[in-house]
Design a protein around this ligand. Structure first.
Ligand code: NAP
Ligand code: MG
Length: 401
């Protein structure tokens, strides 16, 4: 059989620990036998980030802007323990944060559904994709512990001399204060990424905030979304028969629970942080969550939502058997290959991605799975496979499709 040819490279960002081990197996067993794979390779493993003073992360993000599609392995975000473990020159920033800011991107997370793993909310028969605005609000706050009696003000001093001052509160005694901000630019990028992704995946888009209480702050989010929708996306949405829908966050929560899924829920930063954990847990397992970073200009970076699975890696290093689920990482690859196929007009690549995803799902539905999946599956007698045998089993299923 001839291998599928590619015309434009995918930006390949290698990573750390157990997911780095899986990365190579996925390529060797599931991709290289079928595709004449073209990638521009960047090693984002912590050792190489340290050696290059993290320049490799910046280069990989710029390459993504150039080519339009990237696939990323999970990477370590250094903390104090990693400083000594890897003898780091510096506590390098989270690669995801660096890439996100260069791409000005929004992260979309969606669960992979398989029969036998039943969501806690049993009417959720389709995936719910959460889009989290990852800039500002409480994550870039300034706080004060008020020591005693006194008055607090919110003050803006414009470069042109404008001065705006609002009283927050007259304190009788001790208390607390918090200042938060966002920018029209960041909110607009977030909105465009959401509208683009809705068009791309042909799903309805919901956006929620608390504009009835926050009449300027949250209301600005609502207004920017509406204006961009009306002027740039309305016609496209109508043509595709999809809907943009704004509602209050509390109403959204109630509707989401009653829904069957199958839409994108755009959330402000804090709401997205909280709701994505709730949605992921309700669907079953972090190892079955995909994640894609989409820029407002339509650049895509695919990855798994989980981390480097450190605990499994240490077992692997000791020569013990691991049973790590590679499905979300495989879906990162299929997402990137499908997108590349769509952009370059290579239908074989799109079909390959569809078929490999089907093979993953069928393998689990046929009762062959990793340990963590067996714990949440209703399958009577699951066959529990180790990390490599699971990938091989997916490869065997692939050949039968
Ligand atoms: P993690 O790697 O997601 O793993 C947490 C636990 O979840 C694992 O110990 C394992 O549970 C389970 N798990 C996650 N993925 C799994 C899979 N594919 N198959 C089976 N079980 C899976 O999170 P972490 O341990 O908090 O973080 C480890 C490293 O990952 C950190 O250095 C962190 O900075 C990094 N991280 C990177 C990203 C990213 O690059 N996007 C995201 C998050 C974290 P059991 O041990 O109970 O089996
Ligand atoms: Mg969270």
């Amino acid at each position: 059989m001839d291998k599928i040819r590619m015309t434009t490279p995918i930006v390949e960002m290698d990573g750390d620990e157990m997911t780095r081990i899986l990365w190579k197996m996925i390529k060797d067993i599931l991709i290289l036998p079928y595709i004449d794979l073209k990638t521009e390779y960047y090693d984002l493993g912590l050792e190489n980030r340290n050696n290059t003073d993290d320049q490799v992360t910046i280069d990989s993000a710029n390459a993504t802007l150039k080519y339009g599609v990237a696939v990323k392995c999970a990477t370590i975000t250094p903390n104090q323990a990693r400083m000594s473990e890897y003898n780091l020159k510096q506590m390098w920033k989270s690669p995801n944060g660096t890439i996100r800011s260069i791409l000005d991107g929004t992260v979309f997370r969606a669960p992979i559904l398989v029969k036998g793993i039943i969501p806690y909310v049993n009417n959720w028969t389709k995936p719910i994709t959460i889009a989290r605005h990852a800039y500002g609000d409480v994550y870039k706050n300034v706080e004060i512990k008020v020591p005693g009696k006194g008055s607090a003000y919110l003050v803006f001093e414009g470069e042109d001399g404008t001065s705006i001052k609002e009283k927050i509160h007259d304190f009788d005694g001790k208390g607390i204060l918090q200042g938060i901000h966002n920018t029209d630019k960041s909110i607009s990028s977030f909105a465009r990424a959401c509208f683009n992704y809705a068009v791309d995946t042909r799903q309805d888009l919901w956006f929620s905030s608390k504009d009835t209480i926050s009449k300027k702050y949250d209301h600005t989010f609502k207004d920017i979304f509406q204006e961009i929708y009306d002027t740039e996306y309305k016609a496209k949405f109508e043509e595709l028969g999809i809907e943009y829908f704004y509602t209050l966050i509390d109403d959204a929560v109630a509707r989401v629970i009653r829904s069957e899924g199958g839409f994108i829920w755009a959330c402000k930063n804090y709401d997205g942080d909280v709701m994505s954990d709730m949605v992921a847990t309700a669907y079953g397992d972090l190892s079955m969550m995909t994640s894609v970073l989409v820029s407002p200009s339509g650049v895509y970076e695919y990855e798994a939502a989980h981390g480097t699975v450190q605990r499994h890696y240490y077992k692997h290093l000791k020569g013990e058997e691991t049973s790590t689920n590679s499905i979300a990482t495989i879906f990162a690859w299929t997402g990137a290959l499908r997108k590349r196929g769509e952009l370059d007009g290579i239908s074989e690549l799109v079909l390959f991605a569809d078929k490999l995803e089907k093979a993953c799902i069928k393998t689990v539905e046929d009762g062959k799975m990793t340990k963590s999946l067996s714990l949440i599956s209703t399958c009577k007698d699951p066959v529990i496979l180790n990390s490599e045998d699971f990938i091989k089993a997916i490869g065997d299923t692939f050949k039968t499709l």
